[in-house]
Design a protein around this ligand. Structure first.
Ligand SMILES: Nc1nc2c(ncn2[C@@H]2O[C@H](COP(=O)(O)OP(=O)(O)OP(=O)(O)O)[C@@H](O)[C@H]2O)c(=O)[nH]1
Ligand SMILES: [Mg+2]
Length: 459
């Protein structure tokens, strides 16, 4: 369970574990400075610790009066700190032993080791960040590309939060106008149904766009999942290995080599792809193959995109064609493999027949057209969002937005169907607490706990 008490002073390493030039230990809470002083002594005996000014000193085990490193100390008095509490940062050498000793002495002096995300949790509880911005901190840290980092930073900077708060304010205003005109029907300042509808339509359009941006957000954060699909022996594992530039999957001349699936991350330009190699889809000859095929189909159906691989050195059959048509709604790329061998497949005919799909001829074994393939993967599968200002990264946000959207839609429909305006107002009213949960103005403890437990310790 998360601890919501803000009484303790917490301590943790904010830099990742391991060896490095420097390592930063952070303290937050009312006793942060008092505790830091128990293990840090300025080099100049009478030097004073001033807010936000780095001070050079030694780290000392006072019990034995032995120094074990030198360090800089930075003090951020409340409320001008990350957590809005007193914060002290100690920058020592990035040694696990030294950092461990600072933590040990800090805890001995009265601090408690922080839980994952507890610094940011305190920032939220103390009103420095709302939940959308706190979630953006984690996205920024984990961003797989600079593009993602910039989008996360924009949210951390408060751009999405501002828009959501604006939306909430506009709807409260709309609600009060509807209520006023219901209460004082004779007064002049009546809001017309047309105006209400206009306002709702704008809100719906905005939320709809935001909800649909989740696909791109998820792909940016987690990578685009691409399944290499094809019949046995067409060269799926060979291509998987060639793209990864390592002998990751077993390749043999025998059909049915790959049984389970393998998943690896690759980066093309600034997009991450989760490439999945799997069992060949076709008629299984054993129970293991059957299970492999079942898993393969599940992966294919959940993937963001498919690389449908065909062996161009063999004549196509009905199984090949059925595979191409198996997932008609998925983004897919047709890959004709083994072009180093004599061609038996009617490549032109198949391309023509499935002209809606991009296609490419390669040799996975020789690496022919490999760079063209990567280019195509990026072109076909990387998320397109250049014209988007805002992308949402979290399912939590998407689900709440969808819930609010549902009420706005229902409200609009009631209005357009000619029902009394109270009914519409009721739907708008239901969105207020939902939007409150989105920003964290309304606190749902289990949700908060889930969000922060994902964080790394020290953040
Ligand atoms: N000549 C040629 N042979 C290839 C090419 N790609 C793969 N092969 C060969 O085809 C055979 C099967 O390759 P795999 O990569 O194991 O095929 P797979 O689709 O993973 O097969 P399963 O795991 O059994 O479904 C091996 O002998 C590979 O060396 C290619 O581009 N050209
Ligand atoms: Mg294989």
């Amino acid at each position: 369970m998360l601890d919501y008490t803000l009484e303790d002073t917490i301590i943790a390493a904010s830099t990742p574990p391991g060896y490095g030039g420097i390592g930063i230990i952070r303290l937050s809470g009312k006793d942060a400075l008092k505790i830091a002083k128990r293990l840090f002594k300025p080099k100049r005996a009478r030097a004073r610790i001033l807010p936000r000014q780095a001070l050079f000193g030694n780290l000392i085990d006072l019990e034995k009066n032995e120094a074990f490193d030198e360090a800089y100390l930075l003090y951020f008095p409340a409320p001008h700190s990350y957590t809005r509490e007193n914060v002290v940062e100690i920058s020592c050498h990035g040694s696990p032993v030294v950092e461990g000793e600072v933590l040990r002495l800090g805890i001995l002096a009265g601090a408690r080791h922080a839980r994952p995300g507890e610094f940011t949790l305190r920032a939220y509880l103390n009103g420095r960040l709302d939940i959308i911005r706190a979630e953006a901190v984690d996205n920024l840290i984990r961003a797989a590309s600079i593009k993602t980092a910039k989008m996360a930073f924009s949210q951390l900077d408060g751009n999405l939060s501002k828009k959501i708060s604006g939306l909430r304010a506009r709807n409260i205003d709309l609600l009060s106008q509807i209520e006023a005109s219901l209460e004082f029907p004779d007064e002049k300042l009546q809001i017309t149904p047309e105006k209400i509808a206009g306002s709702l339509e704008k809100t719906i359009e905005y939320l709809d766009d935001l909800v649909s941006s989740y696909r791109a957000g998820k792909a940016l954060l987690e990578g685009v999942t691409l399944a290499i699909m094809g019949r046995t022996n067409v060269g799926k594992s060979t291509l998987f290995n060639t793209i990864l530039e390592e002998e990751r999957a077993i390749v043999t001349p025998f059909p049915g080599t790959t049984r389970d699936y393998l998943k690896e991350k690759i980066k093309i330009k600034d997009t991450f792809f989760n490439l999945v190699d799997m069992a060949g889809l076709g008629k299984p000859s054993s129970a293991i193959e059957k299970e492999g095929i079942r898993r393969g189909k599940k992966i294919a159906s959940e993937a963001d995109g498919l690389l449908i691989m065909l062996d161009a050195s063999r004549k196509e059959n009905s199984e090949d064609l059925a595979l191409i048509e198996e997932f008609p709604d998925k983004k897919a790329l047709l890959v004709f493999n083994k072009i180093d061998l004599a061609r038996k497949m009617d490549v032109r005919g198949i391309k023509k027949r499935f002209h809606r799909l991009s296609a490419l001829e390669i040799s996975a074994l020789k690496g022919t057209n490999l760079s063209k393939l990567k280019e195509k993967l990026f072109e076909v599968f990387s998320p397109k969002f250049e014209d988007r200002e805002e992308v949402i990264f979290h399912q939590r946000q998407k689900l709440l937005l969808e819930e609010a959207l549902g009420h706005f839609r229902k409200g609009l429909k009631l209005l357009l169907d000619g029902h009394p305006e109270e009914f519409c107002a009721e739907e708008i009213r239901k969105t207020i607490p939902i939007i409150g949960q989105l920003t964290g103005d309304i606190r749902v403890d289990e949700v908060i706990e889930k969000i922060f437990s994902r964080f790394c310790v020290g953040k």
